[in-house]
Design a binder for this molecule. Structure first.
Ligand SMILES: [Zn+2]
Length: 442
């Protein structure tokens, strides 16, 4: 029996070794066609009954992806699966993905036109899942329309072959005619439709804020960050800023006529939102762990740290800093008054709560420990380690750094429990933080 078991495990080891030699589970070739349309070819290592993807709310894939005859897309157990109608296995799938103009709520953006003749691809939407719903081991071939560039992280090439993200995570890849701007700190792709004054602000703000962030966090990001900045006309009175951050990347999409000429309102939104996205590049050193901690932990801290950076850069005086915190308190109370807990806000679509209430918590914790939110995150990154962080890890670090488990308990209750009078609870949290700081001489 022992010998049989031994043989069995030897075979298993051999099989594993063979599987590694065969290479990735799938090759995904994405080729840009005119008008930001993508042709996507899946070559699977073995024939499969379907290809599963993480689910996107609504019918985004069904409406934008053209499948070959005999194939369909269906939702199943929190995934979207492309399969043949007759149930037969297949090894190759060729589909066409059409661009979308609208944004997906709290989701990385779909295939979207990016500047004249360009397209920004988020690989996560095309990345198949394993049976355990993890990202499968895949390689990408990414090819721009003739004469274009493929840009991702530090790469700027005519095409990317056998490509895997250096961050082992879904990423943005630009395909198109724009020549990226590479500096010591970043690789930037800037759409020439972006108003000139915004480009000047961007070129000034990025190095200044990156330097402050490196000083506050005690390190620079490991991979050279990739920044994408684009603008679309929109409506004359519109001022919309959409930002998406990924490890070592962020993209900014400006929309509306208010961006066209320099003005204080647009400049204020641009500075605050861009620094918020930049903070995510540093926060990415601590990944959310398998327990999927709530997003207010990193979104609220990004707002709080952005305020610290803008103050440190001299962009904000004390009054502006306080006004920003007051706005967070007011918005948080308003969101929680809608009848949700903070931890339940995302599921109900109250996304503003994640930012405002997360900011409230970050600021109250900073007050209690007599330090900054950037200081807290420096310690939080160390604590998170390679396994990533959990919600409990956050409260444990609050207890440790403030020296008061009761205060950490109050923060936990604030996030988890329904609050009868949110405004009073917020005041209470700041009062407790102030009292704790005074009591401990901080
Ligand atoms: Zn954010």
């Amino acid at each position: 029996m022992m010998r049989f078991l031994f043989l069995l495990s030897l075979c298993a080891a051999l099989l594993a070794a063979c599987a590694r030699e065969v290479g990735p589970e799938a090759r995904i070739a994405i080729t840009q066609r005119p008008g930001a349309v993508l042709e996507v070819v899946y070559e699977l290592r073995r024939a499969q009954p379907g290809i599963a993807f993480h689910e996107i709310e609504g019918d985004y894939r069904a409406a934008r992806w053209d499948l070959p005859p005999g194939f369909e897309i269906r939702k199943k157990d929190g995934a979207e699966v492309i399969a043949r109608r007759d149930g037969a296995r297949f090894k190759t799938l060729v589909l066409t993905a059409h661009p979308a103009q609208g944004r997906l709520p709290k989701e990385y953006q779909p295939v979207a036109p990016y500047g004249e003749g360009g397209v920004l691809v988020y690989t996560g939407h095309f990345w198949p899942l394993t049976k355990a719903q993890a990202r499968a081991d895949v390689v990408f071939d990414l090819t721009p329309a003739p004469g274009g560039h493929a840009v991702a992280f530090g790469d700027n090439a005519m095409a990317l072959h056998d490509w895997q993200s250096p961050m082992a995570h879904p990423a943005f890849v630009y395909l198109g005619p724009l020549e990226p701007i590479e500096t010591g700190a970043v690789m930037a792709v800037i759409d020439p439709q972006t108003p000139g004054w915004i480009v000047e602000e961007f070129k000034r703000l990025v190095p200044e804020s990156f330097e402050k962030l490196s000083a506050m966090f005690g390190a620079a990001p490991e991979t050279k960050p990739n920044l994408f900045l684009a603008a679309v006309p929109g409506k004359p009175a519109q001022l919309s800023y959409a930002g998406d951050a990924l490890p070592a990347q962020f993209q900014i999409m400006l929309e509306g006529g208010v961006w066209a000429k320099p003005n204080d309102q647009a400049r204020g939104v641009f500075l605050q939102s861009t620094v918020h996205e930049a903070v995510h590049l540093w926060q990415a050193a601590a990944r959310p762990g398998a327990s999927k901690p709530p997003e207010w932990i990193h979104e609220g801290a990004a707002d709080a740290i952005a305020a610290e950076i803008l103050a440190a850069l001299g962009e904000w005086d004390a009054a502006a800093f306080e006004a920003d915190e007051r706005t967070a308190r007011t918005d948080c109370a308003r969101e929680l008054d809608k009848g949700t807990t903070l931890n339940g806000a995302r599921a109900k679509g109250y996304y503003r709560a994640l930012y405002a209430c997360g900011h409230v918590i970050a600021s109250a914790v900073a007050r209690a420990e007599g330090a900054s939110t950037a200081d807290f995150w420096r310690a939080f990154i160390d604590r998170a380690g390679p396994e990533g962080y959990s919600e409990d890890m956050f409260y444990d670090l609050v207890a440790e750094r403030t020296g008061d488990p009761d205060f950490a308990g109050a923060v936990r209750d604030f996030a988890r429990k329904p609050l009868a009078r949110p405004e009073r609870e917020i005041d209470g949290l700041f009062a407790a933080a102030g009292a704790l700081a005074r009591e401990r001489g901080r």
